[in-house]
Design a protein. Sequence first.
Length: 151
Amino acid sequence: MADHLTQHALVARAREAALRAYAPYSGFSVGCAIESVDGKIVTGANMENACYRLGVCGEISALTAAQAAFGLDKIARIAVSGGHVADGALSGSMIVTSCGGCRQSILEAAHVAGRNIEVIASNGDGTEMLATPISDLIPYGFGPANLKDAG
């Protein structure tokens, strides 16, 4: 059986990923760590762009890495953390939850995986966490099953 990280350890990996974010415009770095059902970990971070809307969220970065490394069907848990980076450390007191677009992408992964993926949101300091199943973060979400009537 694979060794799985504690919630704190998975959040620590998300916080480490946030240190590698490219956030020169907002100054708000987001990191995400995804754990597979067999204990593999991938991470991602946000990447901003001078044309603001073309940036990439940390969750999307990590979901792309997960798809490449082990497949969306193997995702077990996701941790996200964000805040301000100063002196090589991530800080912030507010719990960072995924935006609506990222919630939709996580829901799609949950449908592919056939499991209600747990999303662990934390503050930048890593001192507070909120673990929530994706179905609670995006109730009545639109997914692949909603397309069964498409032509």
